[in-house]
Design a binder for this molecule. Structure first.
Ligand SMILES: OC[C@H]1O[C@](O)(CO)[C@@H](O)[C@@H]1O
Length: 527
């Protein structure tokens, strides 16, 4: 059964490459992580903007008048407006479609052009949104933002994982979610300030400030190097790749890693047809299952619902005006701190323990919140202050559980498990599924809340049980293993080794015996 990391034998390929975190790696990753900030900024900004009255009055007049008139609506049904959620969701639909174009660009032209295009589209979207004079401009702006995050989310996690030395890959890739969290918090704080602007144009500032991280990302991308792995795949120029690798790793001893990259690239070329057809083949079943399951599970933790619900609770305990700020600070700061913690320990303790601990923490908090709500909150009126405080503390624990686990690892694990020939296609499936379910959850949860009431916490809690069992049984440990050697984890896994064909592509042992386990000996590949 699932022994240590789901591996049944000791993994001989968990060997070290040379190299450390050079300033060069740190800088490129920081720049690329701006991709996370633009994503987070949008998540954070749209909720606040759509609750600003001048914004509603201008673009969503119907919602505005309904909000003003209805005072007798149930606690659980107050915010039920499909039109308004479709404003938020339009971005995800655009991003979903864009991620497939990104797959093609990322593969055929490199990670860098996708990041550049993502930043540029987001920049244009921010300008259009900020300047919108009618609802069409507004929606078109959101579509451009969607294209921006579609490209950025497809390319940035791959970029980070390919740039990182394997033993720091978890930390570096978790930087993506850390910057998502920073973006969300920054947006909330900005909204809190702009809401108070008397002229009623605060929302314009909120929307156009997205241009700041987008500009940094776009300009930064011009100076970013391509990843060594992508450079080999694109140019086949081994000398250039070696020079880049030496610069990135800060050592001249890069033969072992270079040989693995070349091997992976050659293998990828030899079987390289349509990557979307390829990924459907039986041998890539574990990767395909992960590409769909992981982003799906990340969204059905219910994180965005909890984040939405928190301000109501703060209002309940009498925080009044500052309720949404307080809840943003709580959920934002706890999320950032725990994602940071995850960053620090993920390469030491591994991915699986974090998923399991985070899952249990989320589940316990959700069940308790659901129970308190079911017992204490009726359709009208509030809940007692003591209970509200308890619920807020529990939400803090829930966010902490997400912050150490599904938040960052939901991006990390997919980005490190795809072999080169399906990497770009695989990552765009991840982004598409992630956006699809962000959209589905956003679009349905208000009416779900209205029908399920407190049961909504048990609903998402049920999914947390499913995903935790899934990780326990089916997700192998990927800590420290070079991406190009990742095929081993399936071959050595109690379940997946029945599904994949040993010796088939993507499963290790794919090259003639002389490459063997030590397929990185420099003598084998002509450097
Ligand atoms: O990684 C993306 C997910 O993380 C969050 O920003 C929470 O920190 C969610 O809003 C989002 O769906």
């Amino acid at each position: 059964m699932a022994t240590e990391g789901g591996l049944t034998s000791s993994s001989s390929s968990r060997r070290e490459y040379n190299g450390k975190i050079t300033p060069f790696v740190a800088l490129s990753c920081m720049m690329a992580a701006m991709g996370g900030v633009i994503f987070g900024y949008d998540i954070g900004i749209s909720g606040g903007v759509t609750s600003m009255e001048p914004f509603l009055e201008k673009f969503f007049h119907q919602v505005y008048t309904k909000m003003k008139q209805d005072t007798e609506v149930s606690n659980y049904c107050k915010f039920d407006s499909q039109l308004l959620t479709s404003f938020t969701s339009s971005l995800y639909v655009a991003g979903l479609v864009a991620s497939f174009f990104a797959s093609w660009l990322t593969k055929s032209r490199g990670r860098k052009p996708s990041i550049l295009l993502g930043g540029g589209a987001f920049l244009a979207g921010a300008a259009l949104g900020g300047a919108a004079s009618n609802v069409y401009m507004l929606i078109f702006g959101r579509v451009l933002l969607g294209v921006g995050v579609g490209f950025a989310n497809q390319a940035v996690p791959l970029y980070l994982s390919e740039m990182a030395p394997p033993r720091y890959r978890g930390a570096i890739n978790n930087g993506f979610q850390l910057s998502v969290g920073i973006g969300v918090l920054a947006a909330n704080l900005i909204n809190f300030g702009t809401e108070k602007i008397r002229s009623g144009y605060g929302w314009r500032i909120s929307l156009s400030m997205a241009a700041v991280p987008a500009a940094i990302l776009t300009v930064g991308a011009i100076f970013l190097p391509e990843t060594p792995s992508s450079l080999i795949q694109l140019t086949n120029d081994k000398d250039r790749a070696r020079r880049l690798l030496q610069r990135v790793r800060g050592t001249s001893e890069v033969q072992s890693e270079l040989a693995d990259l070349i091997e992976a690239s050659e293998l990828s070329k030899s079987i390289d047809h349509n990557p979307f057809r390829k990924i459907l083949e039986a041998n890539y079943r574990p990767q395909l299952v992960m590409a769909v399951a992981i982003p799906f599970f990340q969204q059905v933790t219910g994180i965005n619902v909890i984040a939405f619900y928190a301000p109501l609770l703060f209002r309940t305990i009498g925080m009044g005006e500052s309720a949404s700020l307080m809840s943003a600070i709580l959920t934002g700061a706890v999320g950032i701190a725990t994602t940071f913690l995850s960053m620090v320990i993920v390469d030491r303790v591994g991915r699986r323990p974090l998923f399991l601990v985070g899952g249990v923490l989320m589940l316990v908090s959700q069940v308790l919140v659901g129970a308190i709500m079911a017992a204490e909150l009726g359709d009208h009126g509030g809940i007692g202050k003591r209970y509200a405080v308890a619920v807020i503390v529990l939400i803090g624990f829930y966010v902490a559980g997400f912050g150490v686990s599904w938040g960052p690892l939901g991006w990390l694990v997919p980005s490190e498990i795809f072999p080169l020939e399906i990497r770009s296609a695989g990552q765009s499936i991840v982004v598409a599924v992630s956006f699809l379910f962000t959209f589905v959850v956003a679009q349905t949860f208000l009416s779900m809340l209205c029908h399920l009431k407190a049961g909504i916490f048990f609903f998402f809690g049920g999914w947390v049980v499913v995903m935790t069992v899934f990780v326990y049984l089916l997700l192998p440990e990927t800590k420290g293993l070079p991406i190009e050697k990742m095929g081993d984890v399936w071959r050595e896994h109690w379940f997946w080794n029945r599904v994949v064909v040993v010796g088939g592509p993507g499963v290790g042992e794919h090259l003639p015996a002389k490459f063997g386990e030590g397929g990185s000996q420099s003598s084998v590949v002509d450097l």
